[in-house]
Write a protein that binds this ligand. Structure first.
Ligand SMILES: [Zn+2]
Length: 284
């Protein structure tokens, strides 16, 4: 298990924004204490961004020429967002070489569509890594476990025959999409207060579809705002629930890379740790 991480991702901050550097810093320290190994991402270039995003969006982020209340125009955000993309790419490459990997970075990505940023996301880290991987593998399954619907990822891959997208998320909630499934995008909307039992049933149903699709690679949008006590959502999972999810994913026996998305409670470090434990236990 390799964790992709750069302390540079802690260097930007918007006062009282839930997507704070603290959440990643505390997770890094917790995982370090548990003995995990870390690797720093390199750089990504504009060609990588163009695999997914329209030039207009890239220019906007580069020049700070936008206003979005939840996704602020902060100094240097273009470089931070690119570093998060680079980490996702490295996580994907690690998985293709046979290792399991987790990108512990910010900003997150799954709300960024082809042409729009939003929901704390500037560029769609996971989508860019998946597009890049499609040059060496035939089929990829994306499992989006963030508590919000990944409207950006769905926008990017809708109708792409070589990708299947599955998302478990609270509904109704931000961004208001994900009530229905379309083509290759399967959505599992869950009511507030769902809890572990029903959640894991929905996950088992989603993973059946993954099995059927027979992917060569699995990409996970690993969000932890599904945890009990999260200030944004009410899906009420426990840290131990993530170990179960990790185990189920690993039991599919395919290379897996995971990218941190949301997760805003103080339990985030523990939730990530248990998720990784689940992935590793099945691995060994
Ligand atoms: Zn979320």
């Amino acid at each position: 298990m390799k964790i992709i991480y750069s302390p540079k991702c802690l260097d930007y901050c918007e006062t009282s924004h839930p997507e704070s550097p603290r959440r990643v810093r505390e997770s890094f320290l917790f995982l370090k204490e548990k003995g995990f190994e870390f690797e720093e991402p390199g750089l990504c270039n504009e060609a990588d961004l163009l695999l997914v995003h329209e030039e207009g969006l890239i220019e906007k982020v580069k020049n700070g020429n936008f206003f979005e209340a939840d996704t602020p125009d902060l100094p240097g955000i273009y470089e931070y967002a690119k570093l998060s993309v680079a980490a996702a790419i490295l996580a994907m490459e690690t998985a293709l070489k046979g290792g399991t990997s987790f990108s512990l970075m910010r900003p997150p990505g799954h709300h960024a569509t082809k042409r729009r940023l939003g929901g704390f996301c500037y560029f769609n880290n996971l989508a860019i890594a998946v597009k890049k991987a499609l040059s060496s593998v035939k089929r990829i399954a994306i499992v989006d476990l963030d508590g919000h619907h990944g409207n950006g990822t769905q926008d990017i891959f809708l109708g792409e025959e070589r990708v299947v997208y599955l998302s478990l998320h609270q509904f109704p909630a931000y961004p208001g999409t994900g009530a229905y499934s379309f083509e290759n995008c399967f959505n599992f909307p869950l009511s507030p207060g769902t809890g572990e039992k029903k959640y894991l049933e929905a996950l088992a149903e989603a993973l059946e579809k993954v099995k059927k699709f027979n992917p060569e690679l699995i990409a996970v949008s690993a969000g932890f705002d599904t945890a009990k006590g999260d200030p944004l959502l009410q899906l009420n999972l426990f840290p131990s629930s993530y170990e179960k999810s990790g185990k189920e994913l690993a039991s599919l026996g395919r290379p897996i890379f995971s990218i941190l998305e949301g997760g805003y409670s103080r339990e985030l470090p523990k939730c990530i740790y248990r998720y990784l434990q689940g992935l590793i236990k099945e691995e060994s």
